[in-house]
Design a binder for this molecule. Structure first.
Ligand code: ADP
Ligand code: ZN
Length: 632
């Protein structure tokens, strides 16, 4: 079911996405403090220059000699003026100051001086006001920074302090990730594609000696939580090289120019420790196509340009491999995908039953499980869940076991946490209800069976009801036996029947029509229209071409190129083609209803079946019913 369920409630957002680093306020306060200290230091030294520094014993001598005229006690020093000084012209007066010996009793001293008839200005109270003054400075300036930070954040910036230096560089480097392919369950195809990169990092000479150019980068494509980061780390772990990671979304919140310099920095650091892996998560945040209709964003563009030039710049023989992850490859700028850049695409799919079972096994390795645990059952219940969900599920179950005061996790823990973790939160767009699953299974088998029972069809190679990265809830893959350049009208009609076979199965078995057929219908309509307007396969319109292809090398879109009345006739012809295909498909499925049921039930249990398994059923059915067309 190539469903077009658009995930509007954006599952791409990871929980941590919106979080900004907490360092800003700290930095602001630190800088404020430094400024305040600087101020008070300058203040103090200006103040000090009006006084002559003396020792405490000088002060005591003056006191003993009765020379003191005026004394001011401060929290850390004593200011005093001798009688000789006090007698001077006020503009010439210069007081002395001395430090205060630790443990000195100011109050006793003040009383003693008072008794001697010396004017004592007690500034002791004012010390507090000095501290208060500093504090108010701090609060004021700190508040100012906070307000400015908030304002700039509102405007989508990173905040005042975001651009200060490289201290906050969100480049993470791990010398050894400690993750290997053993920690990544399933994903065998992705692992296989990455194997070459590992080999290359181990032994670049082997490749350069022969003159082979190695891929500089690969794009890991898959839904969030399917293990893209984990795979990248595993590549670094397997190759035993350092792992640099940065997230594309980090760039977005930066000051203009910061993104580009961060990228430069990243590659410089990486070059120092090469061979290594650079991992850019959420590359779509920087790599978004530059000619989109939302207008350009100069910061993003600058960062992207820098990234491109860095990728072009480094020598592949150095052993830097750039891995990037995204779940929206279609929005990436074409420049990123050009040969020599991220020209390899590695699909990281949602795991099927076996993959989920393996993932559960990986995550329960270190967890005590009680006897009754049946991981296969959990794997069966979690169709559509990704690795991150399963890891979360296992952890929740362990927490629940602890809460219940048990020593080991039992099946109930797993089932309950399945409900809270997966069914509760993700049901909307990934985990299907039983009824939905049945519908998807019948729909897919509908496609496959129509194809399998027809003469001119391409063989089916795989049927699956594991939801696909593209949003399809299941799909039927057909693989031509050899590359074909020409198709006959009969073959195209068969293709039409196969395309509408999904909807036909829904209708025949459940009497319902679902949204899952939208993509099928679109494709069938486009094909029928081409047959009528371009291939001259309609008896009614004959050989006339009624549409022309304008940009064959761009999008290959055809434009109607005929009178309006003819266009209406074309529409009627297209409709007739589709209707006849739909009727045929329904007939085929009705006639082979038992086969349809049998294979669908099998698919519901296995989730993915191969073309051979399908053909085994079909052939067995044929043997029992020598002439299926006339059996009913
Ligand atoms: P992504 O980068 O695709 O969003 P992550 O690699 O961050 O996903 O995966 C998050 C977590 O989910 C991992 O740390 C791991 O615990 C778990 N996980 C995901 N996929 C797998 C897998 N194939 N095998 C084992 N654990 C997985
Ligand atoms: Zn379909």
């Amino acid at each position: 079911m190539e469903s077009n369920r658009n995930n509007d409630n954006n599952p791409n957002k990871k929980p941590g996405d919106g979080q900004r680093p907490k360092g800003n306020i700290g930095t602001a306060l630190l800088i404020t403090l430094v400024i305040v200290l600087l101020f008070s230091w300058i203040f103090n030294s200006v103040e000090k220059s009006q006084y002559t520094e003396t020792t405490f014993s000088d002060f005591l001598d003056a006191k003993k000699a009765g020379q003191l005229a005026e004394v001011e006690l401060q929290y850390d020093r004593i200011l005093y003026m001798t009688k000789a000084e006090a007698a001077k012209d006020p503009s010439q007066q210069k007081a002395c100051y001395t430090g205060l010996p630790s443990g000195g009793d100011l109050m006793a001293l003040a009383e003693e001086l008072d008794g001697m008839g010396v004017t004592v200005n007690e500034k002791i109270v004012e010390d507090n006001s000095m501290i208060m003054m500093i504090l108010s400075y701090v609060v004021m300036i700190g508040g100012l920074f906070l307000v400015m930070n908030m304002l700039t954040k509102r405007m989508g910036g990173e905040g005042m302090m975001g651009g200060f230096g490289k201290s906050k560089a969100k480049v993470y480097m791990e010398k050894q990730t400690g993750v290997t392919f053993k920690d990544v369950a399933g994903q065998d195809e992705a692992k296989e594609s990455l194997q070459e990169i590992i080999d290359f990092l181990h032994n670049p000479q082997k490749y350069t000696a022969i003159g082979a150019k190695l891929p500089k980068g690969a794009l890991l494509v898959g839904s969030p939580g399917t293990g893209k980061t984990l795979l990248a780390k595993a590549v670094a772990g397997e190759a035993n090289v350092p792992f640099f990671s940065i997230s594309g979304s980090d760039f977005v919140e930066m000051f203009v120019g910061m993104g580009a310099s961060r990228v430069r920095d990243l590659f410089q650091q990486a070059a120092k420790v090469a061979p290594c892996i650079i991992f850019i998560d959420e590359i779509d945040a920087v790599g978004r196509s530059r000619d989109n209709r939302y207008g350009s964003n100069s910061e993003q563009e600058q960062t992207l340009n820098q990234l491109l030039s860095e990728i072009d710049g480094f020598e592949p023989s150095k052993g830097i491999v750039c891995l990037a992850a995204t779940n929206r490859p279609e929005i990436l700028d074409k420049a990123l995908l050009r040969p020599g850049r991220f020209d390899r695409r590695i699909i990281v799919d949602r795991p099927n039953l076996q993959g989920r079972l393996d993932t559960l096994k990986v995550h329960t390795r270190k967890i005590k499980l009680s006897e009754d645990v049946d991981l296969r059952k959990i794997a069966q219940a979690t169709a559509g869940a990704v690795g991150a969900d399963l890891a979360n599920l296992v952890n929740e179950a362990a927490l629940r076991a602890v809460r219940k005061g048990r020593q080991a996790v039992n099946q109930e823990d797993l089932l309950v946490s399945f409900e809270t973790v997966i069914a509760g939160s993700e049901k909307k767009n990934t985990v299907l209800t039983d009824m939905e699953k049945r519908l998807v299974a019948y729909h897919e088998v509908g496609h496959a069976l129509v194809a399998a029972l027809e003469k001119h069809s391409q063989p089916v190679s795989k049927i699956t009801i594991v939801p696909h990265t593209s949003g399809a809830l299941g799909y039927t893959m057909q693989m031509p036996e050899e590359e074909k350049f020409l198709s006959t009208a009969d073959e195209l009609r068969t293709e039409l029947r196969t395309l509408v076979g999904g909807r036909a199965a829904e209708q025949v078995v459940f009497g319902v029509q679902t949204t899952g057929a939208a993509n099928d219908i679109q494709r069938a309509t486009a094909l029928a229209r081409n047959m009528v307007t371009q291939y001259g396969m309609s008896d009614k319109l004959g050989l006339m071409s009624t549409a022309s292809v304008q940009n064959q090398y761009l999008d290959g879109q055809a434009y109607m190129d005929c009178a309006q009345s003819t266009a209406a006739e074309v529409d009627m012809e297209v409709k007739r083609f589709l209707e006849s295909a739909y009727d045929d498909a329904k007939r085929i499925l009705t006639e082979n209803r038992s086969l349809l049921d049998e294979i669908s039930e099998f698919l519901l249990v296995k989730e993915t079946i191969t073309g051979d398994e399908l053909m085994a059923y079909v052939n067995a059915g044929k043997n029992q019913l020598p002439a299926p067309e006339t059996a009913e």
